[in-house]
Design a binder for this molecule. Structure first.
Ligand code: ATP
Ligand code: MG
Length: 387
């Protein structure tokens, strides 16, 4: 037996709540346990105490707004991942679009709600919540695996990626689908009546771009890198990537210092993938230095280490903001990001890790929060070309 979906509704108007109740009861596909609130304070209390599958918020609330409550929900441990549906007044479409940008799952304009679309949106929201939970289970399984010291093979990272990707792609897809459906309803004689819909296009494009970014990053995982390996100097790969960044670094006052040991061995590696790894590391260093006052520096050094194993190491160290201690064991997880808005997908380091470990190498991180962050790529001896 499927459990009833748990919904929290907050609307200061009792009449509106009655309408919502009616709409939810009319749903033949699902049964709900709904907690209704007219006071933001008591709703907030419940949000801290119980986990819900969907939260429905009125935008106009006494002394606050639905968006402020949405922000509050994001900070709660139980409901940060719960999809939120916003109810706005007529003429509030701009607010609704803003809410969608902030990550609200869907919105409806009061007085104009199509029961079928409303119930379907709740259905999608519940599916999304289920997916999020499954992802949580995958995270838990992964932790157990790490404890058992199972080595992180490319296959494992791909499994994690698949679970994460399903989750991450679902959200932009449902935003696109929901908006297109609403537009379709508004089409009359082949013309869109309401010019407000123009505001929807940036939302559609941004969500499509989001999916595109995920797909681009994933290409690295699908390739058979064995076929594309070549003999190459790591410094050569590095100079290629620095060339792309040169102008941006100069423009943003970032000084690049290089310290390479002499006679570094030539490596046998997949050049394109390694370039991608370095691109990601420089992107992160650049992002971190962008927020810093004073001297901005990236130190790139490379050398050979002989103990405990023979390896070539390449370190990229920036004197930016550094990484909080509590984040250090999370940064390589797919989709972990501290970057706000759409600035980061949280994929750069997980791709870097997958690429380097699939060659038999490793990636280390060191950081002191507020001072520096350093990433070291380690290439094992088996990749050295004997000269
Ligand atoms: N050089 C750095 N300095 C400070 N923090 C860093 C640095 N590199 C990574 N991080 C932290 O690790 C997180 C994960 O990095 P990762 O590259 O995987 O994702 P992202 O940069 O957030 O997004 P994406 O790379 O997909 O654009 C970042 O959000 C940031 O908090
Ligand atoms: Mg990154």
């Amino acid at each position: 037996m499927m459990e009833n979906a748990r919904i929290l509704c907050l609307d200061d108007s009792v009449i509106e709540l009655e309408i919502l109740k009616h709409q939810l009861r009319g749903d033949k596909n699902r049964a709900y346990d709904v907690a209704f609130f007219t006071s933001p304070e008591s709703a907030k209390e419940k949000i801290l105490q119980n986990e819900y599958d969907v939260i429905i918020l009125d935008y106009q609330l006494p002394g606050t707004t639905g968006l402020a409550i949405y922000d509050f929900i994001q900070t709660s441990s139980l409901n940060a991942k719960t999809p939120v549906i916003m109810m706005t007044g007529e003429g509030d479409e701009i607010i609704a679009v803003e809410a969608m940008k902030r990550g609200v799952f869907d919105y409806f304009v009061k007085g104009n709600i199509n029961n079928h679309l409303f119930q379907r949106s709740i259905g999608y929201a519940i599916e999304k919540k289920d997916l999020t939970k499954k992802r949580g289970q995958v995270d838990a399984q992964r932790k157990i695996m790490q404890m058992k010291m199972v080595s992180q093979s490319k296959l494992v990272s791909m499994g994690e990626m698949a679970a994460g990707v399903a989750h991450e792609i679902f959200q932009p897809l449902s935003v696109i689908r929901g908006n297109l459906e609403l537009m379709e309803m508004d089409l009359e004689g082949g013309e869109i009546k309401n010019s407000e819909w123009l505001g929807i296009f940036p939302v559609l494009y941004r969500n499509i771009d989001k999916i595109q970014t995920i797909v681009d990053h994933l290409k690295v995982f699908g390739r058979n890198s064995e076929n594309q390996k070549m003999e190459t100097a790591i410094t050569y790969v590095l100079e290629n990537v620095l060339f792309v960044w040169k102008q941006k670094f100069e423009q943003d006052g970032i000084r690049v210092i290089k310290e390479f040991a002499e006679d570094l061995p030539i490596l046998f590696l997949e050049k394109g993938e390694t370039e991608q790894v370095l691109m990601n590391l420089f992107q992160n260093a650049h992002d971190s230095l962008g927020k810093k006052d004073g001297e901005r520096e990236i130190l790139i050094s490379a050398g050979i280490q002989t103990t405990p194993e023979m390896e070539l190491w390449l370190e990229i160290k920036d004197n930016g903001n550094g990484i909080r201690k509590e984040h250090l064991d999370k940064i390589f997880e797919p989709f972990f990001t501290t970057k706000e808005g759409n600035q980061g997908m949280g994929l750069g380091l997980s791709v870097a890790y997958a690429v380097i470990t699939s060659m038999g190498g490793n990636v280390d991180v060191k950081s002191e929060y507020g001072k520096y962050a350093s990433f070291t790529l380690r290439f094992p001896e088996k990749l050295f070309i004997q000269q």
